[in-house]
Ligand binder design. Structure first.
Ligand code: CA
Length: 400
């Protein structure tokens, strides 16, 4: 008897129609994690759909390492397989599965690509400086190397970190739970194929190396950060957790979302110059305890993903399959487009009302959800799912 099949139909206005087809890793109760795609409200097992063992794996890394041509080929194969009868064994309701971290994170670097965010933070962290932006900011995408081991998938609880802090008026540093816990709404770019040591990635070819895009919440302890960051940059104020969405939206699905980046003035050095500079028209929203408090526009970002990857490797540094580089906080020009609460509440001096209560930084029990969508073909839009996290009380280091 032939295996039972099913015909799947997803409305054109669904955020997860055949124009999206993001990649993720799922499991059913009692079974190991495998690679799937999301189609409407179903997860489709790609190993069973395409009869390909590359997808019978707990991460996307093996598939990503196969390279750009194969990504194009597989995307076409998935679309045609989903248009025909689909083996029933490949189809699972989204509600029945657990979603996992979709790729093994190799190295993780965080950039600082929004001019609005960098200028706002400059005003907040260095109020006496003559210019909000540092002199290097418009010449290179500033970044720092972060901690890949604390990148977690959406739904993972975030434990309030302990650390040192010292406000300028304090006589000495103190140790305790962070009292200025914040979010950063960002996008993360997943490197599918890297470059060997000594062979930089050309800015015009970066697209062939970037596999896809995830939502990224760079949880930030502002009090720890403000005391530790001089002069080497963020460390423990960031490294306790970063949340990614479970779905990696392929760059190949974002053709209609490509737009020109804002004009770069002064002109960038040749290794960062693209013939046609491209950014992405992706609209984010940040929900705080069920209420949307800000809508950061990725389209406003000054530095593009291709420029960040070219810069990351221009000194000959290698990148690997599973490397993740994040955009930095996405903030637009308007107040209700600011992607971090420190900006939204201007350092905690201008509270926002959440659930009828004036709020500044995160309290224990708070939940933050990032969502995003981008234009697809015709009148369609494609979704990124969500990056969700809830704050748990600090655990005393002496107890654990
Ligand atoms: Ca960040």
């Amino acid at each position: 008897m032939p295996a039972p099949t099913v015909h799947l139909s997803v409305p054109e206005d669904d955020l997860f129609g055949s124009h999206n087809l993001p990649y993720g890793v799922y499991s059913l109760p009692g079974q190991g994690p495998r690679v799937g795609t999301r189609f409407g409200d179903h997860v489709i097992d790609l190993g069973a759909l395409l009869h390909d063992d590359t997808f019978a794996r707990p991460s996307l890394n093996e598939f990503m390492a196969q390279g750009h041509e194969r990504w194009v080929e597989i995307r076409a194969a998935i679309r045609s397989a989903l248009a025909a009868e689909v083996p029933q064994e490949a189809v699972h309701p989204l509600a029945d599965v657990t979603l996992h971290l979709p790729f093994e994170v190799a190295d993780y670097v965080d950039f600082y690509a929004s001019e609005h965010h960098a200028a706002n933070l400059g005003r907040l962290f260095r109020p006496d400086a003559p210019q909000p932006l540092m002199p290097n900011w418009k010449h290179l995408p500033v970044g720092y190397h972060g901690r890949s081991a604390s990148v977690v998938v959406s739904g993972t609880d975030i434990v309030r970190p302990f650390g040192q802090r010292k406000a300028p008026s304090d006589p000495a540093p103190v140790f305790g739970p962070s009292v200025r816990l914040d979010i950063e709404a960002e996008l993360g770019f997943v490197v599918g194929t890297g470059n060997p040591l000594g062979r930089p990635i050309d800015v015009e070819r970066a697209e062939e190396h970037i596999f896809g895009v995830v939502l990224f919440n760079d949880w930030s302890a502002r009090d720890i950060q403000a005391w530790e960051y001089v002069p080497l940059g963020p460390n423990l104020g960031k490294s306790f957790a970063s949340t990614v969405s479970p779905w990696v939206v392929p760059l190949l699905a974002l053709r209609e979302a490509k737009i020109a980046t804002p004009r770069q003035d002064p002109p960038v050095l040749p290794y960062l110059a693209l013939e046609e500079p491209w950014g992405l028209d992706i609209d984010l929203e940040v929900e705080w305890n069920g209420q949307v408090v800000t809508r950061p526009p990725y389209a406003a970002m000054y530095w593009s993903p291709a420029q960040m990857l070219a810069h990351l490797t221009v000194n000959g540094a290698p990148t690997r399959t599973g490397d993740l580089f994040a955009s930095g906080t996405i903030s637009g020009p308007d107040k209700e487009q600011r992607g971090a609460f420190i900006e939204l509440t201007w350092g905690g001096t201008e509270p926002v009302t959440v659930g009828g209560v004036p709020r500044t930084f995160l309290e224990d029990g708070d939940e933050v959800v990032l969502r995003a969508s981008a234009p697809g073909p015709g009148r369609t839009r494609l979704g990124f799912g969500e990056a969700r996290g809830r704050i748990l009380p600090a655990r005393d280091v002496k107890e654990s």
